[in-house]
Design a protein around this ligand. Structure first.
Ligand code: MN
Ligand code: MN
Length: 364
């Protein structure tokens, strides 16, 4: 058995939970190495404190799941079969009592939950996410390798985007150029919708690219990431096109100082809160405090947003193996937006910056 399954089984034992039925693509992948979005069909990994886990997937995906490296039992079901009948039978083969079932309460839909209730009418349902999130928060060597590669590809994507900056080119055509080059490198999917925002549009942290044309005197903000073998990267760079006015350069340099201060402060033992405040103070002292409107960063891995959440109120202590983003920004509505974001991994003594595209203000 692999250590992830062992660690989770240990928790099930401690909590006297009889079985866990996990149905999110991410957590199924975490335990089985099988990454699949089955749409409305059911995909599940079922785990036990002392028995062998099994995977449930559409019949047509059984071979792919085996090839992905899941070595235990795989139960396939056809479109005319009810997978829950098979799940119930397999569970009853492995355990005599089903009093407590762990599920992902924030993921499972009501329809499936009602089916489970019918199958196990006397069971109590326990939230599995807290434990899953804390397991996934510490990355092993193999995960770090994948994240490094995902970040290298994100650096490359920024380079492609920067080379596309020309007078009159639209935001969406830059997005298309970036994604085209990544597809040619074998990347099927981005971590999230690639963002290219120009001029005052960059002042909206979650704005969407459209047919707005890039013009001289504007910043161009790139926010993107790729999924490499199931692991997400996340990077933001803000690039100057032509001459930028002095005030905007000051905004850029403030964000860069804040970002670099938080990178330097990152190490085991510091809390998420201290880290957030390290960057926030730099921005506040420069007089832009009210324009930094979001948390400093978020964990990333199989999901592009996962634990830890780097906020000014999270007292969680950083540990070796955690991977998160550092992404302060200043957004002055209608005027200017600057964000600089790296993905970083906590090491024994400090931090490894996984995204390496330069941060000194670049003029194109
Ligand atoms: Mn991010
Ligand atoms: Mn981002």
């Amino acid at each position: 058995m692999n250590t992830r399954i062992d660690q989770f089984a240990h928790w099930l034992n401690e909590q006297s939970i009889d079985t866990a039925i996990l149905t999110s693509t991410e957590n199924v992948f975490y335990f089985s190495k099988f990454y699949s979005d089955p749409h409305e069909r059911l995909l599940a990994i079922v785990l036990f404190p002392n028995a062998e886990p099994f995977l449930v997937c559409p019949q047509m995906e059984v071979e792919t799941a085996k090839q992905a490296g899941f070595e235990q039992t795989i139960i396939g079901y056809s479109d005319t079969e009810d997978p829950w009948d098979k799940i119930k039978k397999e569970i009853n083969n492995r355990t005599n009592t089903v009093h407590k079932i762990a599920i992902e309460k924030s993921h499972m839909n009501v329809e499936r939950f009602e089916t489970l209730l019918k199958a196990f009418p006397s069971a109590k349902f326990i939230q599995a996410e807290e434990k899953l999130n804390s397991l996934r928060m510490i990355k092993d060597a193999d995960e770090l390798q994948k994240l490094r590669r995902a970040c290298e590809l994100a650096d490359f994507a920024i380079e492609v985007g920067v080379n596309e900056i020309k007078e009159g080119v639209t935001e969406l055509s830059v997005v298309a150029a970036i994604e085209y080059e990544l597809k040619k490198k074998g990347i099927e999917q981005m971590s999230f919708a690639t963002t290219v925002l120009t001029g005052p549009k960059a002042a909206s942290p979650h704005g969407s690219p459209d047919l707005t044309k890039i013009k001289k005197g504007d910043f161009v903000l790139f926010d993107l990431g790729v999924i490499y073998e199931g692991y997400c990267s996340d990077i933001t760079r803000t690039i100057a096109f032509g001459d930028i006015d002095k005030e905007n350069i000051l905004v850029y340099e403030t964000v860069r100082k804040a970002q670099e201060a938080a990178v330097l402060a990152s190490k085991p033992g510091i809390t998420c809160s201290e880290l957030d405040l390290t960057a926030r103070r730099v921005i506040a002292e420069a007089g832009y405090g009210e324009y930094f409107t979001h948390r400093l960063g978020h964990g990333l891995g199989i999901s592009v947003h996962e634990y830890p959440s780097v906020t000014e109120t999270n007292e969680l202590v950083l540990l070796e193996g955690m991977v998160y983003t550092i992404e302060p920004g200043i957004y002055i509505p209608g005027k200017v937006g600057v964000r600089i974001e790296d993905s970083v991994a906590v090491t024994k003594n400090g931090v490894e910056v996984l995204t390496k595209y330069p941060k000194a203000l670049q003029f194109v």
